[in-house]
Design a binder for this molecule. Structure first.
Ligand code: ADE
Length: 251
C-alpha cells in the first residue's frame, strides 16, 4: 500500500514514518510512504503557498496552484484506484469501518490543510473529506497521522500478533474488554479469578460479557439497532444484573 501525505510540514509526518508500527510496516515492505510539500512547487523568492482571502477577513488561505501540483505528483506516483482525501473538520467522520475499507485500497493520498483553510477550488480533485472528530486542529497533519496509524495496523503482518487487531475496540462494533498482566495480586485490585483459571471457554464468555457491558455503559449508541445473539443477550443481562454502581469503572 502506498501512503502519501501532502503537507507543508513534512518533519511532522516524518516522525510518524520512522517510529512504531509505521516504521515496522515500512521495514517489512508492507507500505511505501511519501510526503509531498506544496512549497516545492512554487518558484517565487518567498516560496509563497498562502494568500489573503477574497472578500476580506482574518487569516490566510492555502493557494490553489501549489496544492494541485503536489496532489498531481502524488497521483502520478500512486497506483490506479488511489483516492485523494482532504483532512477537514467538515468531512465525514473517520471510524473503524472506514479504516478497514482504506486498508483494502492500493494507496491513499491524504491532504493536510493549514491556516484558515484551503482555496475551495482544490476540492475539484478531492474524492472525500474526512474528519477525525468534532474539534478543530490547527492543521490536518495530526488527523492524517491518526488515519494512517489506524489503517496501517490493520495490514496483515503490521502488528505482531494478528489476533490483537481483531480484539480491538470497535473491530466487531463493541468496546474492548479489560486486560491484566502480572502481578496477580495488588493493593489496588486483583486479577479476576476467571482469567487465571485456564478455562478458555469461561475466559471467552467473561471477555465478551465485559465488552458488551462496557459498550452498554459507555457507548450505548453502538448497541442501538444491533441484533445480539441469544448468548450475547444473556451475558449482557448478567452484566447488568451484577453491576456495581459504586465502582468508578461503571460511571
Ligand atoms: N483539520 C483540522 N481539524 C480537523 C479535524 N477535526 N479532522 C480532520 N482534519 C482536521
Amino acid at each position: 500500500m502506498r501512503l502519501t501525505v501532502v503537507s507543508l510540514f513534512p518533519e511532522l509526518i516524518d516522525a510518524l514514518f520512522h517510529g512504531g508500527i509505521v516504521g515496522r510496516a515500512r521495514a517489512r515492505e508492507l507500505i511505501r510512504v511519501a510526503c509531498i510539500n506544496p512549497r516545492d512547487f512554487v518558484c517565487d523568492v518567498h516560496r509563497t503557498v498562502d494568500d489573503r482571502p477574497y472578500g476580506g477577513g482574518p487569516g490566510m488561505v492555502m493557494k490553489v496552484e501549489p496544492l494541485l501540483a503536489a496532489i498531481a505528483r502524488g497521483q502520478r506516483e500512486s497506483p490506479p484506484g488511489t483516492p485523494v482525501i482532504l483532512m477537514s473538520p467538515q468531512g465525514r467522520r473517520f471510524d473503524q469501518d472506514l479504516a478497514h475499507r482504506f486498508a483494502d485500497l492500493p494507496g491513499i493520498i491524504l491532504v493536510a490543510g493549514r491556516y484558515e483553510g484551503i482555496d475551495e477550488r482544490v476540492l475539484s480533485v478531492i474524492d472525500q473529506e474526512l474528519s477525525i472528530g468534532d474539534y478543530v486542529l490547527s492543521g490536518g497533519e495530526l488527523a492524517a497521522m491518526v488515519v494512517m496509524d489506524a489503517v496501517i495496523r490493520l495490514l496483515p503482518g503490521a502488528v505482531g500478533d494478528a489476533q490483537s487487531c481483531s480484539q480491538d475496540s470497535f473491530s466487531d462494533g463493541l468496546l474492548d474488554c479489560p486486560h491484566y498482566t502480572r502481578p496477580e495480586l495488588h493493593g489496588v485490585g486483583d486479577v479476576p479469578a476467571v482469567l487465571r483459571s485456564g478455562n478458555h471457554a469461561a475466559i471467552r464468555r467473561w471477555r465478551l460479557k465485559q465488552s458488551l457491558g462496557r459498550t452498554w455503559l459507555r457507548r450505548p449508541s453502538l448497541l442501538a439497532g444491533r441484533k445480539l445473539t441469544p448468548e450475547q443477550e444473556d451475558l449482557l443481562q448478567e452484566f447488568i444484573d451484577n453491576i456495581d454502581l459504586d465502582d468508578p469503572a461503571c460511571g
